[in-house]
Design a protein around this ligand. Structure first.
Ligand SMILES: Nc1ncnc2c1ncn2[C@@H]1O[C@H](COP(=O)(O)OP(=O)(O)OP(=O)(O)O)[C@@H](O)[C@H]1O
Ligand SMILES: [Mg+2]
Ligand SMILES: [Zn+2]
Length: 163
């Protein structure tokens, strides 16, 4: 808190240790348009960090992060941490954590994949390697290593009340 780059918030969520330069992608995942006016958002880009060299930070008032959005953030920035702020204090702080399977979070890059045929089939990817992260489509076995262009709109998926 000593070198706080943005003003403190009373209640909300802090996404810290975001990979340098990816704050705007995190905002896209959060779906800024869907947040109300009481959710003031502060963004710090290119912040000096002991641990990472440089990092980005996003702080959102009066918002809780859905598990699906936390998964999307883990995907693009495995180093990110999520802190829940209540009454100006850190109630909870945890690293993001990517599950072994991701449902409805990404579009398969294979246009012929069953998940791209307008059928009611949600995409499903399996983590086949953690470092560096690589995923494989469970339907067509296509590999995916470039996640940002394939995040589903809003990255909220269509299942599990991600939105
Ligand atoms: N009232 C607040 N308003 C906004 N952000 C806060 C508030 N309190 C803490 N934070 C932020 O929440 C995160 C976790 O807070 P904490 O005090 O544990 O940070 P830290 O000691 O820098 O830990 P870390 O090792 O995770 O960087 C940090 O990003 C901090 O800047
Ligand atoms: Mg810190
Ligand atoms: Zn596929």
């Amino acid at each position: 808190m000593r070198d706080l780059k943005v003003s403190p918030i009373r209640n909300g969520t802090v996404i810290d240790h975001i990979r340098n330069g990816l704050a705007l992608e995190v905002l896209r995942i959060l779906g800024v348009e869907g947040l109300g006016k009481d959710s003031t958002i502060s963004v710090a880009v290119h912040v000096r960090s002991q641990r990472m060299g440089w990092k980005d930070i996003v702080k959102v008032e009066n918002m809780e992060l859905s598990p699906q959005k936390a998964n999307a953030i883990a995907l693009i920035s495995p180093s990110a941490t999520i802190s829940i702020i209540q009454d100006y204090k850190v109630r909870e702080k945890r690293p993001v954590d990517l599950p072994d399977r991701l449902v409805g979070l990404l579009r398969c890059p294979n246009p012929n994949c069953i998940t791209n045929q307008g059928e009611p089939v949600e995409s499903e990817f399996e983590v086949i390697r953690r470092k560096p992260l690589a995923l494989k489509c469970l339907y067509c076995e296509r590999d995916l290593e470039d996640f940002i262009p394939h995040l589903a709109p809003g990255a909220s998926g269509t299942r599990g009340n991600g939105g």
